[in-house]
Design a binder for this molecule. Structure first.
Ligand code: NAD
Length: 260
């Protein structure tokens, strides 16, 4: 497939995990990519992984903190100035935060997680949607989580921010559908990335792999998801094949969401 020939796609959190997996899939179909992350070393690694396999692909890297509106403005403007258009936006950067009971959840921690996961997604939409509306086309995929459609426990900041991402997606999808722009969210279950390893380490310490085996027993498929499985979904959702999917949330969790 060549769904992204001459298409310009921005991916935040492109230096690791789901962002990298989506970048690889989309690059394999000919896109011009702008990868955004706080972690420049991670971005360089993603670029190398892509160019090793697809040397003809254009990959630009922008170091940015998505929690700072000026940084967001900058990566959006950079994309517009460099390529003249934005076809797709994977608004994905996020953090889990420290796990704790609500009463013990630090105020600063709460603010940090919400700043990145929710405000960062809002800033991205605010600046990208203005351009997509003017163009009359575009697709946005926001990364929510199963923690954005149900309670998980011990994750006040994460739950609040990811439920907020779902709300933003539904709200803005209604506003921008008339301009030829679709907005959707994905709700991944546990996908084996650095973030999930970190989460399991919070639960199981050095025995985090055993904690992982215990964790997946609750999943009908008895395993973690793979980043590339999310990459395939995101590529579909950012492509024209998914233009009529709008203002909604797509779970990718092995069926874990049967419980809610
Ligand atoms: P990851 O830790 O592998 O990647 C996250 C990336 O985001 C990192 O490269 C990190 O540097 C970047 N990032 C963090 N804060 C940033 C900031 N302020 N500005 C710019 N970049 C920043 O994790 P992942 O699993 O790939 O997570 C990606 C997204 O998927 C997150 O929003 C996460 O909440 C969501 N998610 C992941 C899972 C999972 O199981 N892995 C499940 C549900 C949702």
């Amino acid at each position: 497939m060549n769904r992204f020939e001459d298409k310009v796609i921005i991916i935040t959190g492109g230096g690791s995990g789901l962002g990298r997996a989506a970048a690889k899939q989309i690059a394999s179909e000919g896109a011009k990519l702008v990868l955004v992350d706080l972690n420049m070393a991670g971005l360089e690694e993603t670029k190398q992984v892509i160019l090793d396999e697809f040397p003809q692909v254009t990959v630009e890297l922008v170091e940015a903190n998505v929690a700072k509106e000026d940084d967001v403005k900058n990566y959006v403007q950079f994309t517009k100035d460099t390529f003249g258009q934005i076809d797709g936006f994977f608004n994905n950067a996020g953090v889990e935060g420290k796990q704790n009971l609500t009463e013990d959840y630090g105020i600063e921690e709460f603010q940090k997680v919400v700043d990145i996961n929710l405000n960062g997604v809002f800033y991205g939409m605010k600046h990208v949607l203005k351009i997509m509306k003017e163009q009359g086309f575009g697709s946005v995929v926001n990364t929510a989580s199963v923690g954005g459609i149900r309670g998980v426990g011990n994750q006040s900041g994460y739950a609040a921010s990811k439920h907020g991402v779902v709300g933003l997606t539904k709200n803005s999808g209604i506003e921008y559908g008339q301009f030829g722009v679709s907005i959707k969210a994905i709700a991944p279950g546990a996908i084996m990335t650095a973030m999930v390893e970190g989460s399991l380490r919070q639960i199981g310490g050095d025995n985090w792999e055993d904690a992982g085996k215990e964790f997946v027993k609750a999943n009908p498929m008895l395993r973690f998801g793979k980043p590339e499985e999310v990459g395939y979904l995101v590529a579909f959702l950012l492509s024209h094949q998914a233009d009529f999917i709008n203002a909604t949330v797509i779970p990718i969790d092995g069926g874990q969401s049967y419980k809610y």
